[in-house]
Design a binder for this molecule. Structure first.
Ligand code: UD1
Ligand code: UDP
Length: 370
């Protein structure tokens, strides 16, 4: 039997983390020929993931430029993929999630009349400017895709509401849980000096990340000022903030948080270290998508630094709370979880609405089935 030729395209850290376990499984599958093309929309943050999961791409478009605009990414990826798709002629292209690489990867495949499978399909906030440009990227990708791998029933319903036929949608769980289960280890030893010296029992460790485009400017200043206030007034708190490499973020973080001794602005951590840091944290505050999916299964309360989320499942389960981007509400919500044991315990229950770690098996089964 001819093997199914699958070309997986991704470019940023979260896509890499969530596609890595699928690629590893496809590489080993006797009925699949797995080809990987990275756009390298991210460079260092992508390479960190490729290294830890031991993935060597067949094609690397190497497009990242410092300070790149969305149009820069779009143009470079579209043109770069044309050649790869013509050369490889895969049976199907897989894209993941909602970045510019995702949408443009699907568009490039459509231009070559190659089928598209969309992993992590069907998430919707309902607001095209938040998250921006991700809500539009994923909606357009749904329009371009032939097979949709929806993490949850809710995601499935969103797609059906948009007119996509149920027979083309597979509910798989989120592949991030497959990835997470591979790296979480209670005995994990950090390689990082700072993390090795933090007493996770004596201190209340808050892990934070913040990078979304719609938070740039005033919302991000509000968030950082709120964290500064919490750190300055709670001596038992340590904040660990692996800062996204986008210079927009590092500059503001340095200005507002750089001189507070209990706030640690560090380089992005490789995935295994970061996941195990989440596992030891007291509280997580973030505007990241992926972290909202990972942290609930670790039993950690998560405050989402946004005005909405396309991941309502963990909000319904009680582990995630959307707290907005106003300084005072952020301070109040963090203080509440630092001091109110009942409120903390109610949120710190391990629930995992995002799957059982077998999403990749289901995706492979569906691909071969069709
Ligand atoms: C991108 C995605 C966003 C996703 C996020 C995950 C788009 C438009 N945005 O946002 O959906 O949530 O990735 O992190 O698709 N940089 C580096 N090294 C890196 C990565 C980034 O130096 O490894 C710097 C570069 O200066 C780059 C800038 O960060 O130009 C922005 O990167 P970009 O991919 O355009 O946007 P993100 O904010 O990372
Ligand atoms: N992550 C990581 N190192 C870090 C911070 C985050 O490996 O220093 C992981 C995190 O566990 C999650 C993913 O990166 O799986 C989230 O990526 P990001 O926040 O950049 O993007 P988003 O999920 O918001 O699109």
């Amino acid at each position: 039997m001819k093997r199914l030729k699958v070309l997986t395209i991704f470019g940023t850290r979260p896509e890499a983390i969530k596609m890595a376990p699928l690629i590893k499984k496809m590489e080993k599958h006797k009925d699949i020929e797995s080809i990987v093309c990275v756009t390298a929309q991210h460079r260092e943050m992508l390479d960190m993931v490729l290294k830890i999961f031991d993935i060597t791409p067949n094609h690397d478009l190497n497009i990242m430029k410092h300070g790149q605009s969305i149009s820069d990414i779009t143009v470079a990826v579209l043109k770069g993929l044309e050649e790869v798709l013509i050369k490889e002629k895969p049976d199907i292209v897989l894209v993941h999630g909602d970045t510019s690489t995702t949408f443009v990867g699907a568009l490039a495949a459509f231009y070559q009349k190659i089928k598209v499978g969309h992993v992590e399909a069907g998430l919707r906030s309902g607001n095209i400017y938040s998250p921006y440009p991700e809500e539009m990227n994923r909606s357009l990708t749904s329009k371009l895709a032939n097979i949709h791998f929806a993490p949850t029933k809710e995601n499935y319903n969103n797609l059906v509401k948009e007119g996509i036929e149920g027979k083309d949608i597979y509910i798989t769980g989120n592949t991030v849980i497959d990835a997470l289960l591979q790296v979480i280890n209670d005995d994990y030893a950090f390689q990082n000096d700072l993390l090795n010296h933090i007493d996770f029992n004596a201190k209340k460790v808050i892990v934070m990340t913040c990078h979304r485009r719609e938070n740039w400017g005033v919302p991000m200043s509000n968030i950082f000022n709120g964290v500064a206030e919490v750190a300055n007034t709670n001596k038992d708190v340590e904040v660990i903030f692996p800062v996204h490499l986008n210079p927009q973020i590092g500059k503001l973080a340095d200005e507002i948080l750089g001189n507070i001794s209990s706030v640690h602005l560090i380089e992005p951590l490789e995935y295994e270290a970061f996941a195990n840091l989440l596992n030891r944290a007291y509280l997580i505050i973030t505007d990241s998508g992926g972290i909202q999916e990972e942290a609930p299964s670790l039993g950690k309360p998560i405050l989402v630094l946004r005005t909405e989320t396309e991941r309502p499942e963990a909000v319904a389960a009680g582990t995630v709370k959307v707290v907005g981007v106003e300084k005072q509400s952020i301070v109040n919500e963090i203080e509440n979880l630092l001091t109110n044991k009942d409120a903390y315990n109610t949120m710190a229950t391990a629930t995992n609405p995002y799957g059982d770690g077998r999403a990749c098996d289901r995706i492979i089964e569906a691909l071969l089935d069709r």
